[in-house]
Design a protein around this ligand. Sequence first.
Ligand code: VGL
Ligand code: ZN
Length: 210
Amino acid sequence: MEVNKEKSAFIIVDVQNDFCSGGALEVKNGEEVVPDINVLLQRDLFGKVIFTADWHPVNHVSFASTHHRKTLEVIETRNGLQTLWPDHCIENTEGAAFHPFLGVEKGDLIIRKGRGKNLDSYSAFFENDRKTSTGLGGYLKELGITDLYFSGLAFDWCVFFSAMDAVGSGFNAIVVEDLTRAVNFPEGFQAEKREELVKAGVSIIQSEEL
Ligand code: VGL
Ligand code: ZN
């Protein structure tokens, strides 16, 4: 697959300690994506490189503890339904830091999301009220970028929502599947989300095709 460098961006979603082994919201083997993401970064295939980070205040609306509820319960909030998670990616903590080996120095832009106490954000483009923009779409459009390659954590949450919003915003979205890992809870969720991506027009490729 030919990458048109000037028109392409590589988006690395939430490769943070809390989503890696031993982290607060561990994605199984999440850290395995790091070496191959670094190899791609080293090859300098993309015009722009963007890292995203989940970055929450204490007592965030997405934390089960905030509501004295159980993890993975779903509650109604003024911004819609909210799945509840363990406390994770609290701003300025070690858990919110990027994986120590991730090639963050290759990044042009870092987007922090989910910073509002009452509003969560899975997508790199729109927060979970589905209206509040992070500004990423405008940044990419101003630069004439049309093709977005996605990697990172988790395939079935933040990568999924980011790629869906990318096609919804008129970009070509390509998920580099082997550079992602999934929560896959409940079992089968990952396959379901993969199918939704394909139906929406997202391409799914492997890094060896690049
Ligand atoms: C994520 C759940 C809660 C993710 C972030 O990065 O996939 N998942 N916050
Ligand atoms: Zn989060």
